[in-house]
Design a protein. Structure first.
Length: 643
């Protein structure tokens, strides 16, 4: 196809719609990540919405739809980079709230660097190595049928409405509790506890990640609450006299929360640490391949077809220099030393390009949603801390702050890099122009960065991040940010329960050994240590619904396998994925909306109905079960017969 006959791609309406979707999906993913410790790739839901909306303005154009999807998917990546790292600065007291200028600069510039660092990887990873990029392939399939039915948009919209209404009924009106909880003491001190969160979004996350990951996250939670907490409460309270004293008179539920917060969650920290280091070691060959790809970008002549034109290498080098300069100034301002600021900038550039390459390669193998960006961030921080220790020593907050600021930029850049390659894979399969997608992704990243600080401040004031904002508020756990804080402060002499972290290291090592054995035996089940570690760290009511969602996905897949549905199975499972994405989007956006009156009135119960009108907790469970049945029905409904 000659350039003159290329359908329009980077159009005004596509850019406007893409920015709108980016902001919405970014806010939803930020809430989900702080709540559940996981984010989801949004390229496919964005593609479905783009197909439904853009057809109102003219004939379907899958290249234009692809531009919308590309820009909108940046929101989830920007959200990941921000929520995994920046809340640590609030938790450690360096910020009272999320500073707008700093947040915009760190996240925006990190996102732009992620786009630039990933551009040189496209040719080798997509064309020469032919990596799969599963989410990009799935998005391309959705875009290819953009001229057909918009049934996927229907399921997405209905599920979003259902998820939002459920969230409003439980968290807003308080018609039903947000979790089913059972707790009691066995004997004098042994704590027994179980909780299941009544959340469509968590069920949907479990459906998307599948039974293997869902079971591992839930298994980590059960390991914490059914093994480690009872053992600690029964025999090891004396290790922390202050905690033991505070447990006197507590209910079993309160005691479980106190022990987890003070001690047991650090077992998850230890498991995450060894998991991150193991991930990097096991990816050493992929890492070398990714770096080679970045250093092997070929010059582009005027005769290169539009489907093979990237942002020119000259502009990439200029842009990198331009974007690194303000980060260097910010780093210098943060630590009060030009030398340390320069060191921070150099570490950021080296580790940023390195882990952008790794993140892109991993996205090509297992998908962006499963790429261990948090593990890469921890490794970045460990390396940065070791270097900075030799320059500024221990004590104070300068070292931890500097380490987190480096990690924030690298985390954002790596998240964007994996996302960019997924989008470019979709574009490659449908004949899009790479440089147009790269520009759109940069626009999406910057757009998200402009509202990231207000969104995070809204969550912090309405719910609290890590700790409740005020009595009665339900704090968002923010597991990765708490881990980032623990690692940064621990490396510079902070007080950490190292005995618990060592237990976590041992648990992680056992999981790695088991995973290696399962891999050698060819089992479909694996035990990635980071999934279990996140489960240990999360509250139990967050992790257990993921198992239920994973079971729904497994049952739906087996239903199709038993009936040999073939191509229709893939389509119907795709409808199930869209329905699940809709439930996540609806509940997460309602969480953002509900936060506004809570902040205004500083009252978590501002919209609550009188107690006489509140239902039993089992009513909420019954409604959630009905939503699960609806999800299963959408994923397994028989295709219409043709005559």
């Amino acid at each position: 196809m000659s350039d003159a006959r290329i359908p329009p791609q980077l159009t005004f309406k596509a850019i406007v719609l893409s920015i709108a979707l980016t902001l919405v999906l970014m806010a939803a993913n930020a809430y989900l990540g702080l709540f559940a410790g996981l984010t989801i790739a949004t390229a496919i839901p964005a593609a479905v919405i783009a197909i439904a909306v853009l057809r109102l303005f003219g004939p379907p154009n899958m290249l234009e739809n692809n531009i919308v999807s590309t820009g909108a998917s940046a929101g989830s990546s920007i959200a990941s980079g921000a929520i995994f790292t920046l809340p640590a600065l609030v938790l450690m007291g360096w910020w009272k709230d999320f500073d707008y200028g700093w947040t915009l600069a760190i996240i925006g510039l990190g996102g732009l660097l992620g786009v630039l660092f990933s551009v040189p990887l496209r040719r080798t990873m997509i064309i020469e190595q032919k990596l799969q990029f599963p989410e990009g392939v799935a998005a391309a399939e959705v875009l290819k049928v953009s001229e057909g039915s918009t049934g996927g948009a229907k399921w997405l919209g209905l599920a979003a409405l259902a998820g939002g209404l459920f969230k409003f009924a439980t968290s807003g009106l308080h018609l039903s509790p947000e979790s089913l909880t059972v707790s009691r003491y066995f004997g004098e001190r042994t704590v027994g506890y179980f909780s299941f969160g009544l959340s469509p979004a968590l069920i949907a996350v479990g459906y998307i990640v599948g039974l293997n990951i869902g079971a591992l996250v839930a298994g980590g939670g059960l390991l914490a609450y059914w093994v480690f907490i009872p053992i600690y409460s029964t025999w090891f309270q004396h290790l922390d006299p202050a905690l033991a004293q505070s447990l006197i008179g507590m209910s079993a539920e309160e005691a479980a929360g106190a022990i987890r917060g003070a001690q047991v969650r650090y077992i998850g920290v230890g498991a995450m640490l060894i998991g991150g280091l193991w991930t990097i070691w096991s990816l050493r060959a992929s890492l070398v391949a990714g770096v080679r790809s970045g250093l092997n970008m070929r010059a582009q002549g005027s005769d290169v077809p539009h489907t093979d034109r990237d942002i020119p290498m000259k502009l990439i080098l200029i842009g990198t220099a331009v974007f690194v300069l303000p980060l260097f100034i910010l780093y210098t301002q943060a630590v009060g030393s030009w030398g340390v600021g320069l060191t921070m900038a150099i570490i950021m550039i080296i580790t940023g390009f390195l882990f952008c390459s790794v993140a892109a390669y991993m996205a090509g193998i297992v998908g962006s949603s499963n790429s261990p960006v948090s593990g890469m961030t921890i490794c970045t921080m460990l390396f940065a801390a070791l270097v900075l220790l030799t320059m500024i020593g221990r004590g104070g907050v300068t070292g931890p702050v500097a380490t987190i600021l480096i990690g924030a930029v690298v985390c954002t850049a790596a998240s964007i890099a994996g996302d960019n390659l997924q989008d470019l894979k979709a574009g490659y399969l449908i004949g899009s122009t790479p440089w147009r997608q790269q520009v759109m992704l940069a626009i999406g990243a910057v757009s998200s960065a402009f509202i990231m600080a207000p969104v995070l401040n809204l969550f912090n004031k309405a719910y609290g991040i890590g700790v409740p904002a005020f009595p009665g508020a339900h704090a968002l756990p923010a597991p990765q940010a708490n881990l980032v804080r623990a690692v940064a402060e621990g490396m510079f002499g902070g007080k950490l329960p190292w005995n618990m972290i060592i237990v976590g290291l041992a648990v992680g090592a056992l999981l790695i050994a088991l995973d290696s054995w399962l891999k050698r035996s060819g089992s479909r089940w694996r035990t990635p240590v980071l999934a279990v570690a996140v489960g240990i760290y999360l509250p139990l009511d967050v992790s257990t619904p993921l198992l239920a969602g994973g079971l729904l996905c497994e049952f739906a897949q087996r239903w199709h396998q038993q009936r040999g549905a073939g191509a229709s199975a893939e389509k119907l499972m795709q409808n199930g994925m869209l329905f699940a994405a809709g439930m996540i989007t609806g509940e997460s956006l309602m969480g953002v909306i509900i936060a506004i009156p809570i902040v205004i009135y500083q009252n978590a119960d501002v919209m609550a109905v009188p107690e006489a009108f509140q239902f039993s907790k089992y009513i909420g469970a019954i409604v959630l079960a009905a939503l699960c049945a609806w999800l299963y029905q959408v994923a397994t409904r028989r295709p219409p017969t043709t005559t």
